[in-house]
Design a protein around this ligand. Structure first.
Ligand SMILES: Nc1ncnc2c1ncn2[C@@H]1O[C@H](COP(=O)(O)OP(=O)(O)OP(=O)(O)O)[C@@H](O)[C@H]1O
Ligand SMILES: N[C@@H](CCO)C(=O)O
Length: 297
């Protein structure tokens, strides 16, 4: 009888101009305890989980079923007990964590022996882009690109001295809805300026020049200008965080949360100063998760 647990971190996609490509793993987790039994059962033990009445409609089950089907295998029935402190549809990669949980569930139950690259590929296929799946899988900050041939190239880097402050509003914003606000095409001039900003942001992140990285994050031209109007308190949060010493503040993933990058040890101070301005927000001080997806047998 199989019995195992797994944990998958939250993640913040884009980091401004790294649209659909760059993301970091965060110190909040989706945790599954899995035990074989005679029928399927999903037990949710936290308020941060969706109401799902039929297990066949559960994103984790649907993903696992799809992966098993690729290998012409049948999933064994299980009881899956789930805990999570990742809020849904807030731009913290809840769906990417759930999709990876489904991939890993199939991997364990069907003994597929999937490589990390295969997990990244399947997770990206389900999510549509790798910016959340890659850091949730590998931990750290991950830059990834889907090539014209459909392969995924990626590079993981560590955090070295960064702390994150996340401003989480009460309202949800579904990624699918936020993606409809971004134009389908960009002119050559706009695309070259936007990717120049992204290049400098990435170079600055890799060399640990966080003041420059923060300035470039706030100059994004790929998605932030089109989404800003639906993000509550966008200018207020960015402006105040800057005045209070943040390197940079951007929309986390597709929003509506925003994320500030601050030096290690400065997060609590920024949270304290912003709490009075944003009384209805949850303001969380998080670190970068370096481990990614973990399985324990
Ligand atoms: N643990 C989970 N179990 C089942 N379904 C989940 C789970 N987590 C997320 N989902 C599904 O994913 C939806 C949220 O996905 P969505 O892509 O809109 O936002 P997000 O992943 O939280 O944010 P972003 O992609 O901007 O980082 C939820 O409404 C729910 O349907
Ligand atoms: N890169 C994605 C992140 C959310 O899944 C977006 O901005 O739509």
């Amino acid at each position: 009888m199989k019995k195992f647990s797994m944990s998958i971190p939250a993640s913040s996609g884009n980091l401004g101009p790294g649209f659909d490509s760059t993301g970091m793993a965060l110190s909040r987790y989706l945790t599954l305890h899995v035990e074989e039994q005679e029928q399927w059962e999903f037990k949710h033990e936290s308020p941060f989980l969706p109401v799902v009445t039929d297990y066949t409609e559960h994103l984790i089950y649907q993903t696992a079923e799809k992966i098993a089907g690729r290998y012409r295998k049948q999933l064994r029935c299980c009881k899956v007990t789930i805990e999570s402190d990742i809020p849904l549809a807030r731009g913290l990669g809840s769906s990417a964590s759930a999709v990876l949980a489904g991939v890993e569930l199939a991997n364990q139950l069907c003994e597929l022996n999937l490589s990390s690259e295969q997990k990244l590929y399947y997770g990206t296929e389900m999510e549509g882009h790798p910016d959340n799946v890659a850091p949730a899988l590998y931990g750290g900050i991950v830059f990834s690109a889907v090539t014209a041939g459909g392969e995924i190239e990626h590079l993981k880097t560590g955090s070295r001295g960064l702390e994150l402050v996340i401003f989480i509003p009460e309202t949800e914003l579904k990624t699918a809805q936020a993606r409809r606000l971004v134009p389908d095409t960009f002119s050559r001039d706009l695309a070259s300026s936007a990717s120049a900003i992204s290049n400098v942001m990435v170079a600055a992140m890799l060399s640990g020049d966080y003041p420059l990285a923060g300035r470039m994050m706030e100059q994004d031209m790929f998605h932030e200008p089109y989404r800003a109007e639906v993000i509550p308190n966008y200018k207020l949060i960015r402006g105040n965080a800057k005045k209070k010493g943040a390197y940079g503040t951007v929309i986390s993933g597709a929003g509506p949360s925003m994320i500030s990058f601050v030096p290690v040890g400065e997060g609590k101070r920024l949270r304290g100063m912003m709490k009075g301005i944003l009384p209805d927000y949850e303001i969380a001080v998080l670190t970068i998760d370096e481990a990614g997806l973990q399985v324990e047998k």
